[in-house]
Each structure stands twice: as structure tokens, then as C-alpha cells.
Ligand binder design. Structure first.
Ligand code: AMP
Length: 375
């Protein structure tokens, strides 16, 4: 969760994620640390440190931290599942990585999402594009927000991340990265598109998709959920970062990866109703009106058998315990009173119809398991 501050400072000096949203602090030894805002830079740092054999394919699931204004789908701590593949610039690898994320969303049952695809090109294409973009932004400086004007002076590409309404028209009319790709970058991007078509993965070109960090080259992509609000509809995204390893002091090693937001993905699953959230936390509720010791033993036995069970505490009255059983959503209540103890039984009560029957104490686990359908 902690990372050397410099790892991110290097890759995102002029980005919002690093400049405005990163938590950073000094530890007791005076080191400058950051709470990790994203996964890729740390994976590449580890690659440079340990120099594994390439191609190197890794994955992670981890919390990330960003000092944002919390709102639906945007949190200060969120989880990402990500993959990174280092050591090849073959466009087939781009297709493989994109297909993996597409398949992940599909396997959950999601259908209402779109793949947005772009290419930023390599160093030469990016330089040509940056020139054209700078000229466009200069020509329309008067229409931009003050913040965007400032960003334009240092890193014109980052103006395209702006969500401020006053900037949107200028961004919409901005030059397209795809018009500035050189020969090899064009061929690379065409092969990525051909590969996706071959696998039957639909996509839309998104010529202004630059993504929020400076290390991207060539392919960038994002999956947008149509079931979520447009401001927070990115389920996940990624791209190539062919220069990043060198930037971190390692040997030239191309790479590509993605990060997908777990909370966003679950919000989309809810919105599409693709799998039901459990409607109750327990199947069984134990009501012990003797002394609590029977509840202690029964819950322990049932839990050991994999059955979800809860109980009342504080020696509450029968009525209070039954009310709690009702609220718990349990399918059955197991009731133990003086009489049941004397008879060596437990009363099993089906909460839905209120029918109840005595069950021999030593057969409780077996009978309850059949009743609630647990294996
Ligand atoms: P990013 O590195 O910003 O492209 O983030 C990758 C994915 O993580 C996004 O597509 C979102 O699904 C998710 N994500 C990013 N920031 C947040 C956040 N503050 N809260 C929840 N999910 C986030």
C-alpha cells in the first residue's frame, strides 16, 4: 500500500492523480512515502528492481487511495484488479490483455458496456500531436477555464482529462491523436483492431481517450458501463507504457496492462441485476431461553458444519429473541427452553409458516442442513 513517493512523482508530475489526489507523508526515518494511487507504476518499479525473465505476466488485486470528494462510485479507497504484461510490443498482446478484461466482465454476466479504444502513438507521434494540440489550445485559450489554461502551458495532453463544462467544447474540437500516428504506430494500431475483430470484440474509436497518467504510449482503452452515470461509468481501463521501464531506470521493456475498479464493477452488476446479492446474512437463528449455554454450543456446531447462524445475547426474553430471529431473515429458528432440555430436543421453527417440530438434539446439524439446503 505504501510506495516511494518518487515512483509516482516521476510518472505523473503534472497529472491530477499525483498532484491533487495522492496521499503522501514522511515516515519516522524521514522517507517520503505515498499511499498507492494506482498499480502499474509499482509493478514496473518491482520489475526494475527484480528483473524477472520476460515476457512477465502478473496480476494483482489491491486497494488504491485517492483524495477525491467521495460520491457514488468514487471513493477515497477503492480496489482494483489489474494485470500487467511486460516484455513485448506485439499488438497481439494488446488484444490478449483487452480480451481478458472483456471476458472478465462478460463472465460476471455484464452486457451493457462498451470498449473505447485509442492510440497515442510512440514518442514521435506524440510529439507531433502535442504540437498540434498546443496550437489548438493556444488558439482557443480565451474559451478555456483558468485551470485548463495553466495545464495547457505545462502539459497540453492533460487538458483532455478536464471534466469542467467550460472546457468541453474546446476538447471536443481538439485534434485527434489518430491523425498524428506515424507509419509503425498506425500499423500497430491497425493490427490491434484487426485482432479484436477476429475475436469478435466490438469497440468504438475514442480519439481523445488519453487516460490520466503520462506514461501511456500507443494503445489506450477503457470499458464504459451504460448502466452507470456518465461521470463515473469507467469500469476499468489501461494501455501500453513502452517507455515506463526505462523511465524508472530499467532496460527498455515495452508493457501493457489494465486496472479495473471492483466497486464500480459491482455497481454495474447491481444495475444490470446480473447476480443476486444475498438477501439474508444467516439461515438459522438460535433462541435459548435457558441460560445461553445451549446457544453457545449449537451455533458453534452449526458453524463448523458451514451453516450460517446467529443467536441472541444478554439472556433476553423469549419474545425479544423471537423478534430478533424474525429481523435476522433466518429461514429457521432453533428454540431451546427448559422443557426441550429435559426432553433432549430442540424446537425447529420454520419462520415463514410458523410450523414447528421437535428435533433430537444429536440430529440438529443433519436436519438443519437439509432444511436450509447447505451442503
Ligand atoms: P484509473 O487508474 O483512474 O483509470 O482507474 C481504473 C479504474 O478504477 C476505473 O476505471 C474505475 O473503475 C476505478 N476507480 C478509479 N478511481 C476510483 C475511485 N476514486 N473510486 C472508485 N473506483 C475508482
Amino acid at each position: 500500500m505504501f510506495e516511494h513517493y518518487e515512483v509516482f512523482a516521476r510518472v505523473g508530475e503534472s497529472t491530477d492523480i499525483v498532484r491533487k489526489e495522492m496521499y503522501e507523508f514522511e515516515d519516522r526515518a524521514g522517507r517520503r512515502l505515498a499511499l498507492r494511487p494506482e498499480g502499474t507504476a509499482s509493478v514496473v518499479r518491482a520489475f526494475v528492481e527484480h528483473r524477472p525473465v520476460t515476457p512477465w505476466k502478473v496480476w494483482y488485486v489491491a486497494p488504491n487511495f485517492r483524495a477525491e470528494a467521495p460520491q457514488a462510485g468514487r471513493y477515497r479507497q477503492h480496489y482494483q484488479v489489474g494485470v500487467e504484461a511486460l516484455g513485448s510490443d506485439d499488438p497481439d498482446l494488446d488484444v490478449e490483455v483487452i480480451a481478458l478484461l472483456d471476458g472478465f466482465f462478460r463472465s460476471l454476466g455484464l452486457r451493457r458496456f462498451r470498449l473505447l479504444l485509442n492510440s497515442l502513438g510512440g514518442a514521435a507521434s506524440r510529439a507531433s500531436y502535442a504540437g498540434a494540440l498546443r496550437a489548438h489550445l493556444d488558439a482557443h485559450a480565451g474559451e478555456l477555464s483558468a485551470a485548463a489554461r495553466q495545464t495547457a502551458a505545462t502539459n497540453p495532453l492533460r487538458v483532455l482529462d478536464s471534466k469542467r463544462p467550460e472546457d468541453l467544447a474546446v476538447i471536443e474540437a481538439a485534434p485527434r491523436t489518430l491523425d498524428h500516428l506515424d507509419g509503425p504506430d498506425t500499423e500497430h494500431f491497425e493490427r490491434v483492431q484487426a485482432g479484436l475483430r477476429r475475436l469478435g470484440i466490438g469497440f468504438e474509436l475514442a480519439p481523445r481517450l488519453v487516460r490520466g497518467l503520462d506514461y501511456y504510449t500507443r494503445t489506450t482503452f477503457e470499458f464504459a458501463a451504460d448502466s452507470l452515470d456518465a461521470a463515473q461509468n469507467a469500469l476499468g481501463g489501461g494501455g501500453r507504457y513502452d517507455g515506463l521501464t526505462e523511465q524508472m531506470g530499467g532496460p527498455p521493456t515495452p508493457g501493457i496492462g489494465f486496472g479495473a475498479g471492483i466497486e464500480r464493477t459491482l455497481l454495474a452488476c447491481d444495475a444490470e441485476g446480473v447476480f443476486a446479492a444475498p438477501d439474508r446474512a444467516v439461515d438459522v437463528f438460535v433462541v435459548d431461553v435457558v441460560d445461553g449455554s445451549h446457544a453457545l454450543a449449537l451455533t458453534s456446531e452449526l458453524r463448523a458444519a458451514g451453516i450460517r447462524v446467529d443467536r441472541a445475547f444478554d439472556r433476553r426474553s423469549m419474545k425479544a429473541q423471537m423478534r430478533q430471529a424474525d429481523r435476522s431473515g433466518a429461514l429457521v429458528a432453533l428454540i431451546v427452553g427448559e422443557q426441550e432440555v429435559a426432553d433432549g430436543v430442540v424446537l425447529l421453527r420454520r419462520m415463514a409458516g410458523a410450523a414447528q417440530e421437535p428435533v433430537a438434539r444429536d440430529r440438529v446439524v443433519e436436519v438443519v442442513r437439509k432444511e436450509v439446503g447447505a451442503s
